[in-house]
Design a protein around this ligand. Structure first.
Ligand SMILES: [Zn+2]
Length: 247
């Protein structure tokens, strides 16, 4: 049998002498892995078609119950060329790809399908030169929602008051002045809190609308990534490169 699936390649890891393992997000099967043989040999015909942060058509034999398959052929569907030649864009691609891999629920194919559309949109926007912090922050907020860890940005988490004074990644959202003080958390600027609320409530699908009124800052991404680290145990290793690469 010969199955073909379109997938977003999130990660490529060297395996044995000349093979690689690809982590791939698909709509049909969720998150799956492929072992691509001989990719690191000069003669490999698939080598040019399995780059991370691309969309590709991959052929293989599907078997129920398996999560890793031997790759037969690969053909790039979308290369996102510019994203691969610019360091800031590549850092953003690495970050959104890692978060997609870590936060896509494995037990729900409709969630995988939503994550796929989100990640594809993120690649497109980054590749088109959209504002990077805004793309990544909106994408992260969307993925947190999909994962059931949306920050609480309506009122104080502690007492429900509406006059908020700080965002706590550890607590998972907004706090009023009193509740923040009780936890030893410094108050933040209202303008920063309003921007975070807007970004968390928005979605990447409305990027154009969001960018018309605000631009995310690195500090917004820092808070959301900190919250992911605290609440899921995911390391988000690519964020270190992102923080230094993207101005
Ligand atoms: Zn409170």
């Amino acid at each position: 049998m010969n199955d073909t699936v379109r997938g977003l390649i999130l990660r490529q890891t060297d395996y044995k002498e000349a093979d690689v393992i690809l982590q791939v997000l698909t709509k049909e099967y969720g998150m799956i892995a492929f072992r691509a043989s001989g990719i690191r040999r000069m003669t490999s015909k698939n080598a040019g078609s399995v780059f991370p942060y691309t969309e590709a058509d991959l052929s293989f034999d599907y078997k129920d119950g398996r999560t890793i398959f031997r790759l037969k052929t690969a053909r790039t569907a979308n290369l996102y060329r510019r994203m691969h030649t610019d360091m800031e864009m590549t850092a953003a691609a690495a970050l959104v790809s890692e978060i997609a891999e870590q936060l896509t629920p494995h037990d729900d194919i409709s969630h995988a399908s939503q994550a796929y559309d989100l990640l594809k949109r993120a690649y497109e926007l980054i590749n088109e030169g959209a504002h990077i912090h805004t793309c990544t922050t909106l994408f992260i907020a969307d993925m947190m929602r999909l994962n059931g860890i949306t920050p609480q940005v309506d009122a104080c988490l502690g007492c429900g008051r509406g006059d908020i004074a700080a965002f706590s990644a550890k607590e998972g959202g907004f706090l009023c002045r009193d509740c923040a003080a009780a936890l030893g958390i410094m108050p933040q600027q209202t303008v920063d809190l309003k921007r975070i609320r807007l970004l968390v409530r928005a979605t990447l699908a409305r990027y154009e609308l969001v960018i018309a009124s605000t631009q995310a800052q690195l500090s917004d991404a820092v808070l959301l990534v900190e919250m992911i680290r605290t609440h899921t145990g995911t390391q988000v290793r690519s964020f270190r490169f992102y923080e230094t690469a993207v101005q």
